[in-house]
Design a protein around this ligand. Structure first.
Ligand code: SAH
Ligand code: DHB
Ligand code: MG
Length: 224
């Protein structure tokens, strides 16, 4: 079997075993497709991984940058206890509308605070209001914005916080030298910033989608 097909087959195998089909998740994807949102949500397996990371870390305040139809949001929000909160930043009003409906159906809208606007503006406003830090931050909006989102994530984190980011492998293009695509270059820069930062401990893990992509997992160290 060719490597690509093997990876897809293994991903499907993992999904069959680890991600039982659930109405709210499947309906969320169907509604997002019907509303003509781009199909760029995290995969079911990656969603389950986000859920487990949130659960294991005991996150009570989660920040998501890039909501789309709220599919990753469903996974993260369901890891929260009843007093937990998730703030999600989204530039597109239509995406936010679709996400609200999906979260409401799952009974999770009460815990999710959707803020519509360019994420950088919202983050600045949040700092002006001295909003508290987050235990987990998931970066998944415009890729050119990633280096700036990392700076903001560090401002809004505390020792022990997790900083996660989707799409850090980009079909392996990040591993090639001399990339010219601005998106690939921005992700390379982000991956470098993340891994060189002395206050973080980081791993990038490959995640299979239609193509190979990946998730960054960084933990803010305790001061020593
Ligand atoms: N996390 C989602 C997918 C997000 S796709 C999931 O896995 O289900 C990226 C989203 O980021 C899109 O909805 C897009 O509209 C939004 N986005 C793009 N640029 C943005 C910006 N500058 N500020 C906030 N959101 C942005
Ligand atoms: C794509 C995938 C993503 O997960 C994302 O956040 C943005 C774009 C893509 O495949 O184009
Ligand atoms: Mg993504």
């Amino acid at each position: 079997m060719e490597l690509h097909d093997l990876l897809i087959a293994v991903d499907e195998y993992i999904e069959r075993l680890c991600v039982p089909r659930e109405k709210v998740f499947e309906q969320a994807l169907r509604d997002a497709a019907a509303a003509e949102l781009p199909e760029i949500h995290v995969s079911p397996n990656e969603g389950k991984l986000l859920y487990l990371l949130a659960k294991i870390s005991g996150a009570r305040r989660i920040l998501e940058i890039g909501l789309l139809g709220g599919y990753s949001t469903l996974w993260l929000a369901r890891a929260l206890t009843a007093d937990g909160q998730l703030v999600s930043l989204e530039i597109n009003q239509h995406h936010a509308q679709v996400a609200r409906k999906n979260l409401k159906r799952a009974g999770l809208l009460r815990q999710v605070d959707i803020r519509v606007g360019p994420a950088l503006d919202t983050l600045k406003e949040m700092r002006r209001r001295r909003e508290p830090s987050f235990d987990l931050i998931f970066i998944d909006a415009d890729k050119e914005g990633y280096p700036a989102y990392l700076k903001w994530s560090l401002r809004f984190s505390h020792p022990g916080s997790l900083i996660l980011a989707d799409n850090v492998i980009r079909d392996g293009e990040v591993a090639r030298n001399g990339a010219t695509d601005p998106v690939v270059r921005a992700i390379q820069r982000f991956n470098r910033d993340l891994t060189r930062n002395k206050s973080l401990e980081t791993i990038l893990i490959p995640v299979m989608r239609r193509k190979l992509d990946g998730l960054a997992i960084a933990r803010v160290k305790q001061p020593c």
